[in-house]
Design a binder for this molecule. Structure first.
Ligand SMILES: [Cu+2]
Length: 71
């Protein structure tokens, strides 16, 4: 199981947190999503054989948020 932390810009309330969670959790291979609203940190636990960064980025961007950095 891999774990990655991304910094996401644009989340301003718990609704945003929920939106981001909702687009990441259904991705096959994603085992868990943890989000800290204060600093925009999104931590994803996933199976690297099934999912990856490009997919996470695309999903977050499609939801209307910006991935500003990895780590
Ligand atoms: Cu919001």
């Amino acid at each position: 199981m891999e774990k990655i932390t991304l910094t996401v810009k644009g989340m301003t309330c718990m609704g945003c947190v929920k939106s981001v969670k909702n687009v990441l959790e259904p991705i096959p291979g994603v085992a868990g999503v943890g989000i800290t609203l204060d600093n925009g940190q999104v931590t994803i636990s996933y199976d690297a054989a099934k999912a990856g960064l490009d997919q996470f980025k695309a999903a977050i961007q499609d939801a209307g948020y910006e991935v500003v950095s990895k780590g």
